[in-house]
Design a protein around this ligand. Structure first.
Ligand SMILES: Nc1ncnc2c1ncn2[C@@H]1O[C@H](COP(=O)(O)OP(=O)(O)OP(=O)(O)O)[C@@H](O)[C@H]1O
Length: 254
């Protein structure tokens, strides 16, 4: 059995009266690409923020790479890479200054990183590292942030809606790169609304709805759950989140 890299026990996050994450028990193994799906407001971003230590849980525990988030937050943060849904970076830095800043704070080897930056710039068509971040488009910032994570080749990568804002070629390259990294032992946890991406890339998929993990498994296991061995992930998702009927009704009433 592969190593457990991400683990939560009875994880809960309340925002006032809203329970965004309810009693979540997750296990993600080394080398997996775990897809985390759910309707809008289901609790995906909150979960990623809990798993990466940017949000404190109301109760429950998070362990990453065998370390407890409460005790080893800094160590965990040094070993993981996070690509949030909104790329927030120091806007008064130029692209290359931002990458150099990451190299400095993580204490990375400059030569190796500069070689990786060159490879990744070519792969993602990044020819704007001398521009100020404030002058970059959303997609340009997203690619810069992706490069800053991928160049480090962290042991665990968390991505929240990674392909949003990326052009088709960059999205394809990102998918291939993540698959390659996973095959080399990196563990990937990502949220997406693009079910085709989850179906093609992810070894296992978790579906969260109103803060509850309502299903989890490989595509085959999810198909068994809905008793339809040819169901697509879209069929499975809509059946489990009970929106298929709503959709038909909504369209009929339009
Ligand atoms: N900082 C916050 N303060 C109050 N409520 C919050 C906060 N962050 C999230 N929520 C609430 O928690 C619930 C889950 O939100 P979350 O952003 O995790 O959903 P999501 O699954 O990522 O949604 P989407 O697919 O739309 O991005 C929602 O009801 C949201 O309004």
């Amino acid at each position: 059995m592969a190593n457990v890299v991400i683990e939560t026990q009875n994880l809960v996050k309340n925002f006032g009266k809203i329970c965004a994450v309810k009693d979540l028990n997750l296990k993600v193994f080394q080398g997996e690409i775990y897809g985390f799906l759910g309707p809008n407001g289901a609790g995906k971003t909150t979960t990623i923020r809990l798993l990466t230590g940017t949000l404190k849980p109301t109760s429950g525990t998070v362990r990453v790479l065998g370390m407890d988030m409460k005790q080893d937050e800094i160590k965990i943060k040094r070993s993981i890479g996070v690509v949030p849904d909104e790329p927030r970076m120091y806007s008064n830095l130029k692209g290359y200054e931002f990458l150099n800043f990451i190299i400095e704070i993580f204490g990375l080897d400059k030569r190796t990183m500069h070689d990786r930056i060159e490879e990744l710039s070519t792969a993602f068509g990044v020819n704007y590292l001398d521009k100020y971040i404030s002058d970059m488009s959303h997609g340009m910032k997203q690619k810069l942030l992706l490069m800053s994570v991928l160049m480090r080749k962290p042991k665990v990568i968390f991505l929240d809606e990674p392909t949003v804002g990326l052009d088709a070629k960059s999205a394809k390259i990102l998918k291939l790169l993540l698959t390659k990294y996973a095959s080399e032992g990196c563990t990937i946890f990502m949220t997406t609304h693009v079910l085709e991406i989850a179906e093609k890339m992810c070894s296992r998929i978790g579906i969260i709805d109103k803060g509850l993990l309502i299903a989890e498994g490989t595509m085959d296991e999810l198909r068994k759950l809905v008793k339809d061995n040819v169901a697509s992930l879209e069929d499975v998702f809509l059946r489990l989140t009970a929106t298929e009927q709503d959709i038909l009704q909504i369209v009929e009433e339009l």
